[in-house]
Design a protein around this ligand. Structure first.
Ligand SMILES: Cc1cc2nc3c(=O)[nH]c(=O)nc-3n(C[C@H](O)[C@H](O)[C@H](O)COP(=O)(O)OP(=O)(O)OC[C@H]3O[C@@H](n4cnc5c(N)ncnc54)[C@H](O)[C@@H]3O)c2cc1C
Length: 379
């Protein structure tokens, strides 16, 4: 076994850390407070190649691997959860399905601008009546001549207000057993009949763009169907497997930031004539925080490594996402506790971590759904 990162992986990590510390971190508090999507930061990230890390150069990417991408998401998330979520969603949900299942034409037309960071992508699976139960999708896409006519509603879709393309899941027919066939279809966001409304009021990741989408007789060419028309459900489960690695990486970033902030404060704050770091109760909290971040990071990188090796990684990605996201929630809560009353105030930036971390145990499959996935994959 070798736990060393390659030179290329280290370079990506350093580049991401530098950019996150210099450009993103100083803006994190403002992004959260104003709930404003940092479009300018994404433009810069695009130019630096962040949006194309796991895609080959021929499609506008940087030809990196999933490990490099996970390291970059961790660094971005460590500086700002909102930016981290939009970054992970753009790459893992908005662009990856086109890379994994698209035709050459679809890759040329839709993946290249996403990988180059010239445009953002979004992925619309969740509906008002179909969340954890994605099989309950009600949106329909009916073939009319050479076009699909799409009708339905999607909720909580990340990045759609700023995206050029949206991948939506829709029922396209019935299989031999009478069950709905669910396919994924690429929809340009300027299509007629598509309405995207931003949802502003949310607990955390407030600077990540979250939207509600209505599709009212939206027409797209039938060539926009993504991958095997009969295997749409399997395809988006694969998409979610990959996405879970990125949400795991984002969780590690938030959990690490909670530890960094708690440690710095514990070294500084004095009570009873000593730094609070000298109290064993605080030391034990810090030790648990550090141990769990280390475990979570190892799990995320192992899942990324399995994906890069072309080996099965469904179970490991679910485990990594579950453990890392629950670690982020625990560490953020511990960081607030270590900060005492100051932790409850916005100024110290740890209550934001608590609010941001909570999304991670809900999005991309709740903790309960991860446990179902893990349990189903036990031999
Ligand atoms: C900020 C944000 C960004 C998001 N971005 C996207 C996006 O870009 N694209 C997208 O498609 N979706 C997105 N989502 C949606 C997200 O993936 C869903 O909210 C999530 O999958 C849960 O679905 P739900 O909200 O309908 O909850 P429900 O499925 O209604 O779940 C409610 C509760 O019931 C539990 N539950 C449900 N089924 C079971 C079961 N079988 N066993 C045990 N417990 C169960 C759940 O774990 C949960 O605790 C986003 C959500 C948020 C909040």
């Amino acid at each position: 076994m070798n736990f060393e990162l390659t030179e290329e992986q280290k370079m990506t990590q350093n580049m991401a850390r530098e950019f996150a510390n210099d450009v993103i971190r100083p803006r994190a508090m403002e992004i959260d407070k104003e709930g404003k999507f940092p479009e300018d930061i994404f433009k810069e990230m695009g130019k630096l190649g962040f949006l194309g890390i796991p895609f080959p150069e021929e499609y506008g990417g940087s030809g990196g691997d999933t490990i490099s991408y996970a390291l970059a998401v961790e660094e971005v998330g460590r500086a700002c959860g909102s930016t981290g979520l939009s970054y992970a969603a753009a790459v893992s949900l908005g662009a990856s399905p086109i890379y994994m299942f698209g035709t050459e034409e679809q890759k040329e037309k839709y993946l290249v601008p996403l990988a180059k960071g010239e445009a953002l992508g979004a992925f619309g699976l969740t509906e008002p009546n179909a969340g954890s139960d994605a099989g309950g999708t009600e949106t329909t896409a009916v073939l009319d001549g050479d076009e699909y006519v799409i009708n339905g509603e999607k909720v909580f879709i990340t990045n759609a207000s700023y995206a050029k393309t949206l991948i939506v899941t829709a029922v396209t027919g019935k299989d031999d057993r009478g069950k709905n066939i669910i396919s994924a279809i690429i929809v340009p966001t300027d299509a007629e009949g598509l309405t995207i409304t931003e949802i502003h009021d949310k607990m955390g990741v407030r600077g990540s763009n979250t939207t509600q989408i209505v599709l009212d007789n939206v027409r797209v060419p039938k060539e926009n169907l993504l991958g095997d028309p009969k295997a749409g459900f399997k395809q988006f489960l694969k998409t979610l497997d990959g996405g879970r690695i990125s949400i795991g990486a984002l969780s590690v970033g938030i959990a690490q930031d909670a530890l960094d902030k708690a440690l710095a404060y514990a070294n500084e704050r004095k009570q009873f004539g000593k730094t609070i770091r000298s109290f064993q109760a605080i030391q034990f909290m810090l030790a648990d925080m550090a141990m769990e971040v280390e475990l979570a990071r190892n799990m995320v990188l192992k899942a990324a490594w399995l994906k890069d090796q072309g080996k099965p990684f469904t179970k490991e990605a679910a485990m990594a996402k579950l453990f890392a996201s629950e670690t982020a929630v625990r560490n953020a809560e511990r960081a607030v506790q270590i900060h005492g009353g100051y932790g409850y105030m916005r100024e110290y930036g740890v209550e934001r971590l608590m609010r941001d971390a909570k999304l991670l145990v809900i999005g991309e499959g709740t903790s309960e759904i991860q446990r179902i996935v893990i349990s189903r994959n036990l031999d």
